[in-house]
Design a binder for this molecule. Structure first.
Ligand SMILES: [Mn+2]
Length: 316
């Protein structure tokens, strides 16, 4: 993948004519809503949602005093800038409208095998959050995010780096800049992002550990379990309980998620799904340590077996 050219994408975004909506993925998380609000401010566009955001994103927006409307009429805009996603798979029930839109630009940090075909894609996989990409666009434009925008971007970086677990060196300079611009208090941001999970979530996570199956591959343990919700958190629960690689599987929907510990260097989760989900009639992608795919529901178990064997062969 060529090195992302920030000057080029900034001049393209700044030269968009007519009305522009900045749109995060379906069930937008903190990184996605922060990126939408901040980028819209930078390029004088309007941030909107496809549907209601995640609980965490709702809390962060409310704390920051920012409200984002759900836009019913996406197709009336001249341009769409999609943030924190580049695949129609992440558009939820609004997939068709986005596929039909004319001028689409994606600004993202994820790899995905099923990308918007006619869109201009700007993907910096080196960033652990889309918020860091947006901050770099501010730098390129010679602008400084205001206090509220800096706070949102800060929350975006902290939440998408999973509390710095997937951070890299440049994440810390971004975070230090955003702390001083937002004058935010770390404990306050931390407690905002680490709310008490609701009861159903606690039950799902405990059950995922209780019912998980494990495979030994050399010194490593690969765990998997079947859930209908909280997939990536269920994987993290397995990692905290001793697994090195964890899968969470939703058979009804054909969804497989995977998270691995950062000490597992033998393969990239995102690349694995990007490359092989197509064998099972689906698509997928993600990052080095976290990713997911959606396959034909009746092929879920064969896909799971394939990915378990893939991880086993890399680790044994
Ligand atoms: Mn993100």
């Amino acid at each position: 993948m060529p090195k992302p050219n920030y000057s080029k994408i900034l001049s393209l975004l700044s030269s968009l004519r007519g009305t522009t909506l900045v749109v995060p993925h379906s069930t937008a998380d903190v990184d996605a809503v922060a990126s939408a609000v901040a980028l819209a401010k930078l390029i004088k566009a309007t941030p909107v949602l496809l549907d209601s955001p995640s609980t965490q994103a709702r809390k962060v927006l409310a704390y920051a005093g920012v409200s984002l409307p759900v836009e019913k009429n996406i197709s009336s805009a001249d341009n769409l800038v999609l943030v924190d996603f580049n695949s129609p798979q992440l558009a939820g029930g609004r997939k068709k409208e986005l596929l039909d839109a004319k001028n689409v630009v994606c600004v993202d940090h994820h790899a995905h095998s099923d990308k918007f075909e006619d869109a201009v894609l700007f993907i910096d996989e080196g960033k652990c959050s889309c918020s860091e990409i947006i901050l770099d666009l501010y730098h390129k434009a010679g602008k400084t995010p205001d206090k509220t925008t800096a706070f949102l971007l800060l929350a975006g970086v902290i939440s998408d780096s999973a509390g710095f677990k997937s951070a890299n060196t440049s994440t810390f300079s971004a975070v230090s800049e955003l702390f001083s611009l937002s004058k935010a208090d770390y404990r306050q941001v931390y407690s905002l992002l680490n709310y008490e999970p609701d009861f159903s979530e606690k039950l799902v996570l405990l059950n995922s550990v209780k019912t998980s199956l494990t495979i030994r591959a050399g010194h490593y343990l690969i765990g998997y379990s079947f859930e209908k919700a909280f997939a990536s958190k269920a994987c993290v629960a397995l990692l905290s309980s001793g697994c090195d690689v964890a899968f969470s599987v939703n058979k009804e929907k054909g969804k497989i998620s995977c998270v691995k510990h950062s000490h597992v260097k033998q393969f990239s989760v995102g690349k694995m799904f990007e490359e092989y989900a197509g064998k099972f009639g689906g698509s997928g992608g993600g990052h080095d340590a976290i990713g997911g795919c959606t396959v034909e529901p009746k092929k879920t178990v064969s896909a799971l077996n394939y990915f378990l064997k893939f991880a086993f062969d890399k680790l044994k």
